[in-house]
Design a protein around this ligand. Structure first.
Ligand SMILES: [Fe+2]
Ligand SMILES: [Fe+2]
Length: 180
């Protein structure tokens, strides 16, 4: 068992690692367009499944909810701002999806760059502000309780199979684009 905020921080590391790989994918000029489109589709799958459904789902359904119960305002404050950024992220994911399907690569590039910039700032805000407040407001027992909800959520939303699949995809991209 581990603490909820430690788990989310670990996931932030994985998200930032994928963003680092994606940066290299975008600037790579050696791969064929069809190969790049395949990689972009895989990264988009990671954003949809891991970042949005799994990670943002854990935050919205469990952590934010507990923090509101512990006194953080749900509206007009950090929580509202973070939820709003999750929504903007969903819009970018949907723009990436549409543009990849229709082959409008300039729109795809625009959406992906905006998304990466936003997610990096969002993660910084959570690591440096939200999680510090969470660690002050929630005791160990509460953090453990949220963590077990996270485990259930993960199993329900992506399951062990998809988790393993995403993990091996990341390893493959890292090898292919020489990122460590
Ligand atoms: Fe978040
Ligand atoms: Fe997060």
């Amino acid at each position: 068992m581990g603490k909820a905020t430690v788990d989310l921080k670990k996931e932030h590391e994985s998200i930032l690692f994928v963003i680092k790989i994606l940066d290299k994918m975008l600037s790579d000029d050696k791969k064929y367009a069809t190969d790049k489109a395949r990689y972009y589709n895989e990264v988009l799958y990671f954003f949809k499944m891991f970042v949005d459904q799994c990670h943002h789902g854990k935050e919205e359904k469990y952590l934010f909810e507990e923090l509101v119960k512990s006194g953080l305002p749900a509206k007009e404050g950090l929580i509202e701002e973070l939820v709003h950024e999750h929504d903007i992220g969903r819009d970018y994911i949907s723009a990436m999806n549409i543009s990849l399907k229709s082959g409008e690569m300039s729109l795809f590039h625009f959406a992906v760059v905006e998304y990466m910039e936003m997610i990096k700032l969002h993660i910084e805000k959570e690591n440096n502000d939200l999680f510090k407040r969470a660690d002050r407001l929630l005791d160990d027992a509460k953090q453990e309780q949220i963590y077990s909800k996270f485990e259930e959520h993960e199993e329900e939303v992506i399951g062990h199979g998809v988790h393993e699949e995403l993990h091996s995809m990341i390893q493959k991209w890292a090898r292919e684009f020489k990122v460590d």
